[in-house]
Design a protein around this ligand. Structure first.
Ligand code: F6R
Length: 596
């Protein structure tokens, strides 16, 4: 996720672009830059937040320009990798939001054709593609260039001597703002509301030519597409959250895209570019805190199932003080921020102990990435809500990919089984969308239980950690005391806590533990606790035992944690909303814990 803005009109572009860009900083903040077309094409960029760019930027004259704030996904968050990026001659500048999955092949073939690349980004290939297709018509050049790209994108392009911006999108957002004698483009309306509330939305593969006097939209075949402007009535705060009342809800709804992005171009390349070559590992240890630790607990099941490699876990703050074992496991550190001090200390300790380390992180260039041998980035984009949602789900995606890689190296995952896993992974965005479509139903149910003081979550097998994560989300944002248990543990203590005032959320996916789960549900019910079950559509047995059921579409057990946690994220969100809590900034906790 990155932010793009563009302006063409009669005002000086530089201050306007900078002002608009600041409103998109929530989309990424590791570097930023501007290109302004005046007498020549001028360009300035810097690593760090937009304030850093602003502090050192020279005056740029011209009334046409594009700007970008970056959330790195390919290439480190450095000035060289900041956008805009240019062609060889420095006459064409582009900004990009998305992921170009075939950039390696394109880069190799264009290098052979004589193009010189200056950055490590996937995006730069687009500047060179436009350069090689440009024969005096920028729209035509952009159309031809995008036809060679695989992946997701919103691009905006300017060129020296041209009084236009050409932009296009596929699966990444882009809007055109209509002014009087001036027009704009942006990743979202937030950036433009100060200047206009009349917006034109682009569909996938459409290309737009924006001048100060006109906006012309073309389809992929070059036909003009008539468009009607829409009036946006949001205020700035609403707009930044995309119209959602909280960042957390927005981020929950971004999960189908986050999963899609995290898979893009990766599962296909596992055979040719494995993470680990050489000796297969005989054991794995996962180290993390909080929600990331819960992802690790699910990861244990995934890794053991797909690679048969025994996997253990440890909380980061405990790992450092644990005795050194004779084993030499692969250490997997999971951290959204990449800055959690206990996880960083664990990474250093692991290297001191001579272990190979791999991090699953969301923030490119964060501290953990300098402490480990290898990084798998989750491509969730920035997460603003304190409660981790889309980063948890993309951590699971990274773990499926890692497990497939280990299974392949270990020769425990057949080609057939791998194909089936890949097929299931590709289905996940749809499975999650199905759950999101039930949000109103989940909201109604949450209202019914929002006055509870205690709430228990039970699951078995791979969904036991999901019960723990559901409880963590609930306690963290709604302040209801939530506890997650393996359902089989109920009899060993927790049953004593049950009463009619302590609802129990029971995960009852149809797997080999299902019958036992039904027995647990009836046990809980017999103690007078209301039961809210999460089960599969068509499972009529559940209604007999539970007071309420959240139904989701059936999915093979190994992949069930993904849609089920989305249902529980919505559940905790609506409980908190009903209780009037400060959802995006819960009391006493910080997004990144940089002290031990
Ligand atoms: C809960 C939550 C925290 C983090 C934990 C680790 O919603 O977000 O429990 O998971 O503080 O943070 P990272 O993943 O940044 O190391």
């Amino acid at each position: 996720m990155c932010g793009i803005v563009g302006y063409v009109g009669s005002r000086e572009a530089q201050p306007l672009l900078l002002d608009s860009l600041k409103r998109l900083e929530y989309r990424g903040y590791d570097s930023s830059g501007l290109a302004v077309v005046g007498a020549s094409l001028q360009l300035f960029k810097s690593e760090g937040e937009i304030a850093v760019l602003e502090g050192k930027m020279p005056r740029m004259q011209g009334s046409i320009g594009i700007a970008h704030t970056r959330w790195a996904t390919q290439g480190k968050p450095t000035t060289v990798n900041a956008h805009p990026l240019t062609d060889c001659a420095g006459k064409i500048a582009i900004v990009h939001n998305g992921i170009i999955s075939n950039f390696m092949e394109l880069r190799e073939s264009m290098t052979r054709d004589g193009h010189t690349f200056t950055s490590d980004t996937d995006s730069e290939v687009f500047a060179h593609l436009v350069e090689s297709e440009y024969k005096g018509d920028l729209v035509q050049a952009v159309m031809k260039a995008v036809s060679r790209i695989e992946g997701t994108y919103a691009f905006a392009v300017v060129a020296e001597g041209r009084d236009e911006i050409v932009a296009t999108r596929r699966e990444s957002p882009l809007v055109v703002g209509l002014g009087d004698g001036e027009n704009f483009i942006a990743s979202d309306v937030t950036a433009l509301l100060k200047y206009t509330n009349r917006m034109v939305y682009l569909e996938d593969a459409e290309v737009v030519k924006v001048t100060k006097a006109s906006v012309t939209v073309f389809d992929a075949s070059g036909n003009v597409v008539p468009k009607t402007a829409q009036k946006i009535m949001w205020n700035l705060d609403d707009a930044e959250k995309g119209g959602y009342p909280h960042f957390m809800l927005k981020e929950i709804f971004e999960q189908p895209t986050a999963i899609h992005d995290s898979l893009l171009g990766r599962i296909e390349s596992l055979d040719t570019e494995p993470f680990f070559q050489g000796t297969p590992y005989s054991s794995v240890k996962i180290v993390a805190c909080g929600t990331s630790y819960h992802a690790g607990l699910v990861g244990k099941y995934i890794i053991e199932e797909l690679s048969k490699i025994p996997t253990t876990l440890q909380i980061s703050s405990e790992y450092r003080y644990s005795p050194v074992s004779r084993e030499n496991p692969l250490i997997v550190l999971i951290t959204q921020s990449g800055e959690t001090s206990d996880t960083l200390a664990a990474a250093r300790e692991a290297r001191k102990r001579g272990n190979k380390t791999i991090a699953i992180a969301n923030v490119m260039g964060s501290a953990i990435t300098r402490e480990v041998d290898h990084v798998i980035y989750t491509r969730a984009g920035p997460e603003i809500g304190v409660a981790a949602t889309k980063t948890f789900v993309t951590q699971l995606i990274a773990l499926y990919i890692l497990a497939m890689d280990l299974g392949t190296q270990n020769r425990t995952l057949s080609a057939l089984a791998k194909r089936s896993v890949i097929g299931q992974l590709r289905n996940l965005p749809r499975a999650v969308q199905d759950v999101l479509n039930k949000s109103s139903e989940i909201e109604e149910l949450a209202k019914k239980y929002a006055s509870a003081r205690d709430m228990f979550f039970i699951g078995r097998n791979i969904n036991y950690p999901i019960a723990m994560e559901g409880a963590l989300k609930t306690k963290e944002i709604s302040y209801i005391h939530g506890e997650g248990f393996p359902a089989g543990e109920l009899k060993h203590g927790p049953l004593a806590l049950l009463s009619k005032d302590s609802p129990v959320v029971a995960i009852a996916a149809k797997d080999h533990t299902y019958e036992k789960m039904l027995a647990n549900i009836s046990e809980v019910s017999a103690r007078g606790s209301p039961v809210i079950a999460i089960g599969y559509e068509g499972d009529t047995d559940l209604q007999k035992f539970a007071d309420d059921v959240i139904y989701i579409r059936e999915i093979p057990p190994l992949f069930s944690p993904v849609p089920i946690i989305v249902a529980l994220q919505l559940w905790s969100y609506y409980l908190a909303k009903e209780r009037g809590c400060a959802i995006d900034k819960p009391r006493n906790i910080a997004k990144t814990v940089t002290v031990e």
